[in-house]
Ligand binder design. Structure first.
Ligand code: ATP
Ligand code: MG
Length: 414
């Protein structure tokens, strides 16, 4: 029987759970649409280099979390752990580099080999937006505002926007040196992961989840003290613009994004309502990404948000449409019921046929599926062109002519 369980870290989405997911996704798409984003879909697997070249060989995702395999043709393939690299790849493959700015929304499954826990799965789902080809701080502001508007539409409360800047390359190079000097003093106390990152990507040490590292990092030199003027100006404009847009934030100088291609603005929308998995939406500016992938220097900014985490916090989707139960009595009526069902469905009603049993059984089923009305089709009535219409909420029954049935059903529905 063990074989019949879903793979660890994957979930079936039964209809009620899927309705919540879809609600998150469609609400987000709608709000993103009002900000000028159109939906894009890229393949769920790519050549491995799409991810390992871009995410950086020290990132958790690349070193521990990717589902990578060789396909039958001998190519190294990876199930996408995130969608920014895939969208950037699509932007280049489709020759869109002269078409900027491009604005995309996406929604779909991502795959990471992680330790499953609440809000952390191996197949999970993300929504996200990418704004490619805009270098100005107003792009960052708009991207963050769009995220905030989506979270608000979903009814999320107690959300905090944490904001930081990673500066430009020059600032990073300067800080890198200072940070390595500081961390070297703790060389024998740092975790193994952090030691590995020390040379290649010391900024990532700031992001370490190791308790011992956290103590060391607490007193590390602050990056904002090492930003060059240009980076400070850029960040200043982002902060000023967010205020103008009415988006509240708190500065978090320790916030770094886990992936290598980020620069300037980095942000996370967090909540205290999900325990350890508190980040619901995360993103930033990635001006280095497209060039790293072999394209022309093209700036970009975006975010991704986990649908599982959002679903746990979001308001409920609109209740699903209540059905009408057809209750034919006898074989002739059953055949006639098929064409009546077809007609009612074409009028937009949700019609449940029921697949057998006597009147009593069918009525029990009608109640179980929360039908608001039952249409009783007896042979004598059908011969006269009428049907019994039972309002199941009020218990009243009337006789309605078949050509008025759809109207009568819509009447009691409203
Ligand atoms: P974390 O620090 O939680 O591992 P991350 O930095 O790896 O997050 P991102 O790559 O920025 O996450 O992904 C953005 C969002 O996607 C996260 O904030 C979270 O909501 C969601 N997410 C990431 N990994 C998972 C996962 N394994 N299961 C469910 N949701 C996830
Ligand atoms: Mg992670």
């Amino acid at each position: 029987m063990a074989d019949l369980q879903p793979v660890r870290g994957t979930h079936d989405l039964l209809p009620d759970a899927l309705a919540k997911h879809d609600h998150v996704s469609t609400t987000a798409q709608k709000v993103a649409g009002t900000h000028g984003y159109d939906k894009i879909a890229t393949p769920i697997f790519e050549f491995t280099q799409v991810f390992d070249r871009t995410l950086g060989d020290t990132s958790d995702v690349v070193t521990k979390e990717m589902y990578t395999f060789e396909d039958r043709g001998g190519d190294s393939i990876t199930l996408r752990p995130e969608n920014t690299a895939g969208v950037a790849r699509a932007f280049m493959s489709n020759g869109l580099t002269q078409n900027v700015p491009c604005k995309y929304f996406y929604s779909g499954p991502m795959f990471r080999y992680e330790r499953p826990q609440k809000g952390r799965l191996r197949q999970f789902h993300q929504i996200g937006i990418e704004l490619i080809g805009a270098a100005q701080p107003i792009a960052d502001i708009e991207v963050i505002s769009c995220g905030a508007a989506i979270l608000e539409s979903l009814g999320l409360k107690n959300i905090n926007l944490e904001l930081n800047t990673l500066g430009d390359q020059e600032s990073r190079d300067g800080y890198r040196k200072t940070l390595i000097d500081y961390l070297m003093d703790f060389k024998d106390k740092l975790s193994e992961d952090s030691l590995n990152r020390l040379e290649k990507n010391p900024l990532r040490v700031l992001d370490s989840k190791d308790e011992g590292d956290k103590v060391i990092v607490k007193d590390a030199p602050i990056y904002s003290d090492h930003l060059n003027q240009e980076s400070q100006d850029f960040f200043g404009k982002v902060c000023e613009g967010l205020k103008a847009a009415g988006v509240n934030y708190t500065l978090n100088p320790r916030l770094v994004r886990g992936l290598d291609y980020y620069c300037h603005t980095a942000f996370e929308f967090t909540t205290t309502e999900l325990g350890a998995q508190g980040t619901v939406m995360a993103g930033g500016r990635y001006d280095g990404l497209i060039k790293t992938m072999g394209g022309p220097q093209t700036p970009g900014v975006g975010w991704a948000a986990g649908i599982e985490r959002l679903s746990m916090l979001a308001n409920d989707p609109a209740a699903k449409q209540r059905p009408v139960a057809l209750v034919p009595l006898g074989e002739v009526a059953e055949l006639k019921a098929l064409s009546i069902a077809k007609h009612l469905r074409s009028e937009g009603l949700r019609v449940e046929m029921g697949y057998g049993g006597n009147m009593k059984k069918r009525m029990t089923r009608a109640n179980k599926i929360n039908a608001y009305a039952a249409v009783v089709l007896g042979e004598d009535e059908l011969a006269k062109g009428v049907a019994g219409l039972k309002n199941l909420d009020k218990g009243e029954q009337t006789e309605v002519s078949l050509d008025q049935l759809a109207i009568a059903l819509k009447d009691i529905q409203s």
